[in-house]
Ligand binder design. Structure first.
Ligand SMILES: C[S@@+](CC[C@H](N)C(=O)[O-])C[C@H]1O[C@@H](n2cnc3c(N)ncnc32)[C@H](O)[C@@H]1O
Length: 394
């Protein structure tokens, strides 16, 4: 057993925990068949989840968690106020079992501690590593080591993820102010809430200001693994061989990925139609690779429209999710901020659920006629404090 930390954006912890529970029954064991390990006891911390389980199981969270930032393997944690002890403890760790050589990236953070000089901590760790791996000439990093010192408690971790988990490896084209995939997945999961898969399968999801279509591609892949991008642990000496093969994904017995009935997107910029179609096509191509003969495409319709002048007579029930442009552009189009938008969408489209992400200084004081505020979630969107407001019919 090893200890792990799944780091999440602040506030996402319980949603990520629910995701861990959701994918857990489908993970593979060492024999490449669905495993039967018990779900670990998880400690919910600010910004992440800590637990102990088998390395083999925890590494697979990289494939399935859509709201998490990364998965770290906890190497050790100990109290210290002096550098020689830190150096000794660092050097005694089993780095040689994991790292192919000593050229690594460092993430060092120290606060409220006697040892709060990050540079000195890194230098000391670098010295220890160079003694363990005297002949390192590699250009590629063998891994990333995280050192955190807080109130004299030192925690040393090895990153199992590599590039941040929001890099799904399928969004080929971007638009203006794209939403981070982890945020889109979190908001969608929050909208879905307690709705059952059978209910969701009836729903058409519309993003009336789709940009590059992050909501649509995330919704299409919400319950699907991401296997195409590389992960840091695949470079480890201890990496389970199974996850290095091209075809291990075929061992998963995952439920169908078709959850929403259909997707629709509008954008006032015509060029976004191609962007969204291409991104969606790539997501489906990757899902098709995994699902093979079981694969069924979900219909996507993208239209060049001004969503403020549009009504909707398409399939129902309809859910809407939208990340409008903020600031000048919106007001110059006379859309009247959050209040105007929410009213126009509820009147023109009559959705069964509407989720809008908007700067939180413009909180919706009153829901549009016939609707109520179901939930409000505080979201940090690229440094901007936003509120995700979910409206449902009264
Ligand atoms: C903030 S971006 C959306 C980003 C998107 N969520 C993503 O992740 O790529 C807003 C989008 O709304 C579009 N837009 C602005 N006003 C619009 C309108 N009245 N009707 C339809 N689309 C509009 C813009 O062209 C832009 O692509």
């Amino acid at each position: 057993m090893n200890k792990f930390f799944v780091s999440t954006p602040l506030g996402y912890e319980l949603t990520t925990l629910a995701e861990m529970k959701e994918c857990w029954p489908y993970l593979l064991g060492k024999d490449s068949k669905t495993h039967s390990l018990p779900f670990p006891e998880v400690e919910v911390l600010q910004g992440g989840l800590e637990f102990e389980t088998e390395l083999f199981a925890a590494l697979q969270f990289n494939f399935f968690l859509k709201t998490a930032n990364r998965v770290l393997l906890r190497m050790t944690s100990f109290r210290t106020k002096d550098l020689p002890k830190f150096y000794q403890k660092f050097k005694a760790l089993p780095w040689k079992e994991y790292l192919a050589h000593g050229h690594v990236e460092w993430e060092v953070a120290a606060q409220k501690s006697r040892l709060n000089n990050e540079k000195r901590l890194q230098e000391s760790a670098e010295k220890a590593l160079s003694e363990l791996f005297p002949k390192t000439e590699a250009k590629d990093f063998a891994g990333s080591i995280y050192i955190r010192m807080e109130e004299d408690l030192c925690t040393i971790s090895l990153d199992a993820t590599g590039e941040h988990l929001h890099k799904r490896g399928w969004s080929v084209l971007k638009g203006e102010a794209p939403l981070r995939e982890t945020i889109a997945a979190y908001l969608l999961k929050e909208m879905i809430g307690e709705a059952t898969p059978a209910e969701i399968r009836e729903v058409t999801l519309l993003d009336p200001m789709m940009g590059a279509g992050t909501f649509l591609t995330e919704a299409r892949s919400l319950w699907q693994g991401q296997f195409k991008r590389p992960f840091a642990f695949q470079k480890w000496k201890k990496a389970p061989k199974l996850f290095l093969s091209e075809t291990f994904v075929f061992n998963y017995e995952l439920p169908s990925s078709n959850m929403f009935k259909a997707f629709v997107g509008f954008d006032i910029e015509e060029k976004m139609l191609k962007v969204v179609s291409e991104n969606f096509k790539e997501v489906e191509r990757q899902i098709q690779f995994q699902e093979k003969a079981d694969f069924k495409s979900t219909p996507l319709e993208v239209l060049h429209k001004n969503s403020m002048d549009t009504t909707w007579t398409g399939a129902r029930p309809l859910w809407m999710v939208v990340n409008p442009p903020y600031g000048e552009r919106l007001s110059s189009e006379g859309l009247g901020g959050l209040k105007g938008l929410a009213e126009a969408f509820c009147t023109n489209f009559k959705p069964q659920a509407l989720g809008i992400l908007f700067p939180d200084k413009e909180r919706l004081q009153k829901a549009p006629i016939g609707y109520k505020v179901e939930k409000e979630l505080k979201i940090n969107n690229g440094g901007l404090r936003c509120l995700f407001t979910i409206l449902t019919p009264l």
